[in-house]
Design a protein around this ligand. Structure first.
Ligand SMILES: Cc1cc2nc3c(=O)[nH]c(=O)nc-3n(C[C@H](O)[C@H](O)[C@H](O)COP(=O)(O)O)c2cc1C
Length: 205
């Protein structure tokens, strides 16, 4: 009887270890696959400048905005405002005046603005540019993951582009437009560029 109990205890412990091993190895695989998917999304993103006439859903636009707002920002100030332009007439006007924005066929645009009422003070003020750039990249990566095409078009610090854009859409004085993200369903399929260049990094051991 004693020997039987001992065998049961040993087998139970062995079973417990086996279950723990299976569960943890599964967790590692899921995490590994998720990491692969994220890295692959980063490596395969490429600028899309030509779009079909299919529009984006409200849900898709909200996901893109959530991705933008999930970006890191200095002291978590979140000094940004996202202006979504869906109106075709406005998109055309911006495209005509600022052809670099690639809005001719875009379904919509997100104008990423720095909100000067939320910046840090003094020399840290310009961290808004980092913050809004991080938000913009998040939008591009989220778009790519969703099969939506996107391109980042620079506005600030070009003063002409900033004032031209201000003349086209109603941007409050407290906001500075950093860039326009053109969005839509891709009508082109360019190869992602291989930018890996070992000369572009250094290691300090
Ligand atoms: C700050 C910034 C400004 C950019 N401005 C423009 C632009 O005005 N028009 C445009 O077509 N692409 C613009 N781009 C997109 C770049 O041309 C593009 O990212 C670059 O050629 C690399 O290609 P990839 O995005 O396909 O990797 C800009 C990108 C950045 C980061």
């Amino acid at each position: 009887m004693k020997a039987q109990s001992l065998i049961i205890v040993v087998l139970s412990v062995a079973l417990l270890f086996a279950v723990i091993k299976i569960v943890t190895s599964k967790a590692t695989t899921v995490a590994g696959n998720a990491a692969d998917a994220v890295i692959s999304n980063i490596m395969t993103r490429t600028s899309i400048r030509s779009f079909t006439d299919e529009s984006l859903t409200g849900e898709q636009i909200e996901t893109l905005l959530k991705a933008g707002m999930a970006a890191p920002s200095a002291v978590n100030k979140q000094p940004w405002k996202f202006i979504v332009v869906k109106n075709r007439e406005f998109l055309k006007r911006i495209a005509d005046t600022l052809p670099n924005t690639r809005l001719t066929t875009a379904a919509c645009a997100i104008v990423v603005c720095g909100d000067m009422t939320k910046t840090l003070d003094g020399v840290a003020r310009d961290f808004w540019i980092h913050d809004c750039s991080a938000a913009t990249e998040n939008i591009l990566l989220a778009a790519h993951a969703m099969g939506v095409g996107a391109v980042w078009a620079g506005i600030f610090p070009n003063p002409d582009r900033v004032s031209q854009l201000r003349g086209l859409i109603d941007i409050p004085e407290s906001l500075i437009p950093l860039c326009v993200v053109a969005l839509g369903h891709p009508a082109e399929n360019p190869e992602p560029k291989d930018k890996w260049n070992p000369e572009n990094y250094m290691v300090i051991d």
